[in-house]
Ligand binder design. Structure first.
Ligand code: IMP
Ligand code: MG
Length: 176
């Protein structure tokens, strides 16, 4: 691999992420006490977050993953989202929690929310590790948010820039 032209500056250290994910796990466990939840992680970015969150939930948990892509011209997404890889475990009658790495335009979550409601999930909630509200194009209600961050391009903890940095154990800002 050629050398990178960009550098990564620390934004959220591993300890902060771990602490917040524990809180989210507790909140979800309390809210669904006596029931079970079905975490659906959106690949690839939410893979780490989904697994760490699952570890902090104390009620029965089912986990599956899916991937989507949004088509658009150039770098701006058009808002048209398609499922590239679907979940295998049925969602009907279950408490779904869609786990995302980051909410940007909101288009992906808007699409997924409708998809799982149409599939007759019992409840559909959204959980995002990070939220960039300044970038919102579609109004989506995020039920559980890890951290609200400014409009900066971040990497780490599953998030990539050009498929790099997903393995960083912290969240950092890319500086070009
Ligand atoms: P949207 O909310 O439909 O625009 O989609 C958000 C998706 O865009 C996320 O799941 C990420 O894959 C990607 N994304 C948005 N902002 C960032 C960022 O700051 N770093 C890395 N990926 C990002
Ligand atoms: Mg994503």
């Amino acid at each position: 691999m050629s050398e990178s032209a960009e550098t990564v500056k620390m934004m959220l250290p591993e300890e902060e992420l771990d602490r917040r994910i524990r809180e989210l796990g507790k909140e979800i466990s309390e809210e669904f006490a006596g029931e079970s939840v079905y975490l659906i992680g959106v690949l690839r970015g939410a893979a780490f977050f989904t697994c760490e969150l699952a570890k902090r939930i104390t009620i029965p948990v089912t986990i599956d993953f899916m991937s989507t892509s949004s088509y658009g011209s150039g770098t701006e997404s058009s808002g048209e989202v398609v499922v590239k890889h679907d979940v295998e475990i049925p969602v009907e009658g279950r408490n779904i929690i869609i786990c995302e790495d980051i909410i940007d335009s909101g288009n992906t979550l808007h699409f997924l929310l409708k998809l799982f409601r149409d599939r007759k999930a019992k409840t559909v909630k959204l959980c995002a590790m990070l939220d960039k509200p300044d970038r919102r194009e579609v109004d989506v209600k995020v039920d559980y948010t890890g951290f609200t961050i400014p409009d900066e391009f971040v990497v780490g903890y599953g998030l990539d820039y050009d498929q790099k940095y997903r393995n960083l154990p912290y969240i950092g800002v890319v500086e070009f």
